[in-house]
Design a protein around this ligand. Structure first.
Ligand SMILES: [Zn+2]
Length: 66
């Protein structure tokens, strides 16, 4: 039953990498994304990720992890 947790962890690491600008790959389609102010935008599929939302999700993930 740990698959979901590991998936979330992977996503969390990916989001962290995106937030740091270390990895510029869309989580949805895998294409390159662009940093756009406080957002990361994928020109391929149009998905947008807010850096603030990333921080919030990371905090909530941490609080529920124990
Ligand atoms: Zn995309």
């Amino acid at each position: 039953m740990g698959e979901a947790t590991s998936l979330i962890r992977t996503l969390d690491q990916e989001l962290g990498a995106l937030a740091r600008g270390a990895s510029l790959e869309c989580l949805v389609c895998g294409e390159f994304v662009l940093s756009w102010g406080r957002e990361i935008r994928c020109l391929e599929c149009g998905s947008r990720i807010s850096v603030a939302a990333m921080s919030a999700s990371r905090q909530s993930a941490t609080s529920t992890a124990g």
